[in-house]
Design a binder for this molecule. Structure first.
Ligand code: ADP
Ligand code: MG
Length: 425
């Protein structure tokens, strides 16, 4: 039949990382109640690690013997996957480590990537628990696709570099991200509550924004997109769109699942055949200044002006700046409906100051169906870009990356096409 795991000649091992405090604090009971049996029936052996503290997962994957695992699956919100992606990119062998297929099971309050892969699979929006079942099903199906990662450089001092799979936010959205943490007990509705609260105290954020438009930018090289099969998880190769037109094509409708008997080096196939033991060390991981990773060929140092082919936004008063590389900002907020996992694009949205509360509310309501751009609000701007720079004028404020708080200050970012791999579709 078409179930790819049936081709496995030996069990496919999954390391499952679960944050027990994510969402309403029910991730573990959701896992044992819904997911465990599905994995068992699909014949996917897994080792469950319940995280004990923040950065536990990050340190664990930084030190782990990845040859033991065919996939790393996160059951939490986007924050735990952010830890895992950055833990992998902090390794000396990051280039190989980031090839490890990643999976996401929504157990948090911010399940934007899970909502995105559900959307990419062509499914209609569903409630949180149904989303979990949908993602668990995708996990059991085991199709692996490439996922763009955006390199985010922070600070004017010693540069800190992070890798992001979802979003970079400043202004209204970033404030809601952080302020709504206290409404975590309402689950995914925390963003709706947070948005309404923030609307009441709407403010203007001042800074300078510049970006490299997608049509003039050159793509960074995709790290090998030839389709491969590992026997267990099959990679789906989606042709990387070069133009705006093709980037709006649903990513998987036209793609083929290619089966290959040839093994390419540096694929997770190599991990599958190793018998090395899991050697994760806990609590003795030296702090690092940030991941290694590919060079940011599109960025110049923050103390230099942006290159001449960049666009500098004339406005300096904003209500929000939001860079998205997946479709969903939250379960019920489709901020970038045209985004696909490997479009090599940053979908940049910004809202200029002067917008009324009522119009901003209308934009967020329309965002539920991804219809905010079509409202043609003169205050909302949407651009497809490859890189951007944001320099806030205020000394204090909030910037979030993948919904997580990061150091405040000047920031620039560039997308790296298909750097990671995700079990989806
Ligand atoms: P949610 O969507 O509910 O916010 P996340 O996965 O984003 O769920 O996790 C929220 C935060 O909790 C993240 O910053 C993550 O790094 C952190 N975290 C992960 N594991 C733990 C733990 N065991 N205890 C406390 N915090 C944790
Ligand atoms: Mg994208």
């Amino acid at each position: 039949n078409g179930v790819l795991y049936s081709e496995v000649h030996r069990p496919c091992k999954v390391l499952l990382l679960l944050n027990p405090h994510s969402g309403k604090g029910q991730a573990l009971s959701l896992f044992t109640g819904h997911v465990q049996r599905m994995l068992h029936e699909a014949g996917i052996p897994h080792t469950l690690v319940v995280t004990e503290r923040q950065n536990h997962a990050r340190e664990l994957v930084r030190e782990a013997d990845l040859s033991k695992w065919d996939a790393l699956v996160i059951m939490s919100g986007d924050g735990l996957l952010f830890e895992v992606v950055n833990g992998l990119m902090e390794r000396e062998d990051w280039e190989e480590a980031i090839q490890t297929p990643l999976g996401i099971l929504p157990g948090g309050s911010g399940n934007a990537l899970a909502a995105s892969i559900h959307h990419y699979a062509g499914s209609q929006p569903v409630s949180s628990e149904e989303l979990l079942l949908s993602c668990a099903f995708l996990l059991c199906k085991g199709l692996v696709s490439r996922l763009d990662l955006t390199s985010v450089c922070l600070g004017s001092g010693p540069q800190q570099r992070l890798f992001s799979f979802l979003s970079l936010a400043w202004g209204f959205v970033a404030d809601v991200d952080i302020e709504s943490e206290k409404y975590r007990h309402v689950g995914a509705a925390r963003f709706t509550v947070g948005t309404l609260v923030r609307l009441a105290s709407l403010r203007v954020y001042q800074g300078k924004l510049a970006y490299l438009p997608a049509e003039t930018g050159h793509r960074s090289p995709s790290s090998g997109s030839s389709p491969t099969t590992s026997g267990s998880l099959t990679e789906v190769s989606v042709s990387s769109p070069q133009s705006e037109a093709s980037s709006s094509t649903p990513s998987f409708c036209s793609s083929l699942v290619c089966h290959s008997s040839q093994q390419s080096p540096n694929t997770f196939h190599n991990y599958c055949n190793s018998n090395n033991a899991f050697k994760a060390k806990r609590g003795d991981v030296a702090p690092t200044t940030g991941p290694s990773g590919p060079p940011d060929s599109l960025l110049v140092p923050l103390d230099q002006p942006v290159p001449s082919n960049w666009t500098v936004v004339p406005e300096e008063n904003f209500v929000l700046v939001l860079a998205m590389y997946q479709s969903h900002l939250a379960e019920d907020l489709m901020a970038a409906p045209n985004s696909t996992m490997e479009d090599g694009l940053i979908h940049l949205l910004y809202v200029k100051a002067g917008i009324s509360r009522a119009t901003l509310l209308r934009l967020f309501l329309a965002m539920e169906k991804g219809a905010h751009v079509a409202t043609n609000s003169p205050h909302l701007v949407y651009e497809k870009v490859r890189a951007l720079r944001l320099e806030p004028y205020s000394a204090k404020g909030t910037i979030t990356v993948d919904g997580e708080l990061v150091d405040y200050g000047p920031v620039q970012a560039q997308v790296h096409v298909g750097l990671a791999r995700l079990i989806a579709s």
